[in-house]
Write a protein that binds this ligand. Sequence first.
Ligand code: AMP
Length: 279
Amino acid sequence: MKIAKTITELKTCLAEIGKDKTIGFVPTMGYLHDGHLSLINEARSQNDVTVVSIFVNPTQFAPGEDLDAYPRDFDRDSRLAEAAGTDLLFFPDPIEIYPAGASTFVAVEGAITRKLCGQSRPTHFKGVTTVVNILFNLILPTRAYLGQKDAQQVAVIKKMVRDLHLPVQIIVCPIVRDVDGLALSSRNVFLNLEERRQALILSQSLTAAKALYRAGEGRVKSLKDQIVSHISTMPLAIIDYVDILDFETLADIETITAPALAAVAVRFGSTRLIDNIIL
Ligand code: AMP
């Protein structure tokens, strides 16, 4: 596995790979877990070359969020990435990605970035789309691999790719969970034992909502109420949002007549977790 820390090194490695190879690209913020590794595996199986980036992107964190505290362990990450079959690992400093004075952003506007996580993190997706756009420009991947864990991020990036005619195919991979159902996340490391135990309510409430839906309940309000009351049984859970929206557009719906996304964000202590399920 090659490691590139600068754009010059990245360009040299990509030139060695050559233009005739298909490139599968997995953008991450590091502290890799089996969710990330599932994306790397999928990329490997569909492309000649697999490129992984590790970059804790400052522009997607607002002041007061956990940019400094975000877990980082490059040595462990590079071992895991290499063992998973990564060909090229891009690990840039922020100054490489955002040269001094950079002031250009790519923002997907409209309700798609304002609802769900956009309510409590109004500048988040602008940072995400900007960095993903920069990384796509640098790496020129054939396909990019994203996790359904970040469902809104998937919808927003797909829209950016469509709106800007970016020459990349977006491949979405399923949520990888711990055996007890907790969706894997780099932030799970911040949960103490009791918070982690109570956090299981996320996947449990979503699974219960799916069962209710399958039993014939298609009214969004009643499904949402059910999820909220389920999560509220956990004393440490502070709900950021519970919502059910059209799966593709994230438009509001009253009843489920096409695939819908049930998504939740809940704080346990200082840790904010998200999870979702498709209905
Ligand atoms: P992150 O490092 O958290 O920014 O995530 C990098 C990529 O991995 C994103 O596309 C995430 O959606 C994806 N990802 C994170 N956690 C999971 C998971 N539990 N299952 C599947 N994909 C995931």
